[in-house]
Structures are given as C-alpha cells and as structure tokens.
Design a protein around this ligand. Sequence first.
Ligand code: NAD
Length: 251
Amino acid sequence: MTGELERQVVLITGAGRGIGRAAAELLAQRGAAVGVVDVNADDALAVADAILAAGGRALALPADVSDRAAVLAAAERLAGQFGPLTGIVNNAMWIRYGAVEGVEEDVLDRMLAVGVKAAFWGTQALLAHGAAEGGAIVNICSPVADLGMANTASYTAVKGAIGALTRQLAVELGGRGIRVNAVTPGAVPTPGARAIVNEDGYAIRRRQTPLGRLGEEREIAAGIAFLIGPDASFVTGEILHVDGGISVRSM
Ligand SMILES: NC(=O)c1ccc[n+]([C@@H]2O[C@H](COP(=O)([O-])OP(=O)(O)OC[C@H]3O[C@@H](n4cnc5c(N)ncnc54)[C@H](O)[C@@H]3O)[C@@H](O)[C@H]2O)c1
C-alpha cells in the first residue's frame, strides 16, 4: 500500500481494539508498516490479519506493555521485519475508576504500570530499535489531565504524568530529531470505555461537549496519524485535543 506514511514503521500498543486498532488501521491504510501490540493475543492477530487482508503491512506482536523486555522484544521483531522504527504510539491502558479512599494498591500499581511505565518502555524501544535520525512518539493523554473529574484519581495520576512526560521528553529528545507529542481524545465509546461509562455518563458527556456528540475512534486515529507523520515535522511537545471542545468549556 502506498501513501504519505509509506516510509513509516510504527509500533502501536493496545492496538487490538478501540482507538489503538483504529490508529493501526489508518496508519496502515496510509502506507505505514505497523506493529500491533496487545496483551490480548487473539485481538492482536485479528487486527494484523485484517490489515494484511486489506493489502497493508502489519505484524501481530502479543505483549504486555508493562513488561519492559516484552516491549523491547516486540520492537526488535518489528524492526527485523520492516526496518528500523520511525515511531511508537503509547496507547494501551487498563482503567478502573473509583473513589480515592477505596483505591487499592494492586489496582493502582497496574494502572501505573500499563499507563506510565509502559510509556518509558515504548520510548526506550524506539531509541533502541529506531532509525538513526529522527522519530516520533505519540502518547495518549486524557481530558482528566486538564480538569478534575470525581472518582478518577488513579487515572488522572496516570494521564497527568503522561502529559508532563510528553513535554519533558520533547525537550530531552529534540536534539536527536525525535518529536514527542500526545493526543487527548474526548469521549469515545470504545469497548474499554463502555465498560466504565454507562449511558447516563455518555448523556452527560454529549451535553458537555461543544460539538454535541461523542467522538469516533477514526477521529482520534486521524490526530495520531498527523502527529506520527511528516506533516507534523515541526511539531513537538504538543498535546493535541481531539475532543469536540470538551476541554475548553468552562461551564
Ligand atoms: N475511549 C475514550 O473515551 C478515551 C478518552 C480519553 C483517553 N483515552 C485513552 O485512549 C487510549 C485507548 O483507549 P480505548 O478507549 O481505545 O481503550 P480499550 O480498552 O478499548 O483498548 C485498550 C487496549 O489496550 C490493551 N491493553 C490493556 N492492557 C494492556 C497491556 N498491559 N499490554 C498491552 N495491551 C494492553 C487492551 O487489551 C485493549 O485492546 C487509552 O490510553 C485511554 O486512556 C480513551
């Protein structure tokens, strides 16, 4: 498949479903070779198969992103098949909401491992198996990193860290030509989100979103594709809100 991303080799975590899957499919449609990382091996294989069937380039890479060695091994395999990585999308997340007094240590540890530590491992994977010059990292943030929301303390801690890390790494890695950006999705009814947000919650989100509707996975993927690709060659340290305007609403 040819397209504006045909020179890109991109590892996408949590690409077995939801936003990650949409990103993998869009990047592949635009010519990128994509590594489909997911802890759910069946989902990773299904997404890679679908991309291959559509004429794209993909490799299923079942892995738990909280495992540093597994992430580095996935990047090595992708580079072995398609050449040095040009980008990574740190998208995987595992979420539990709940009041702060009830946050349990093992749950918090898991969220920090999948949400924060894995972004370090993804970054290290790009540095170890990336092209000699340049590269792009896209992290996935959240509106909760900008504004408070009840019962999301653990998730907010993860995404707040991701926002700060995005800006920090843009500074640290800019000298090597590596751009580091993030996308903040608005409310998108993915399988994962539907497990923690009910219909009443979605009704509130629709009302609060200036565009008056929920987002679609492909709309978030479009933001990711922009930041991964050459059109964003002078963009770094940016947190791109693809959120229907929910983050700029005061009341
Ligand atoms: N959907 C939304 O409304 C929304 C809003 C803001 C931010 N986000 C962020 O977007 C990203 C994608 O979310 P989504 O809604 O598509 O979620 P999702 O739960 O539908 O998909 C997440 C994927 O990550 C995988 N995953 C979970 N733990 C993993 C691990 N340890 N190793 C590898 N893979 C793992 C899951 O198997 C799943 O395929 C997340 O970072 C999320 O925080 C989503």
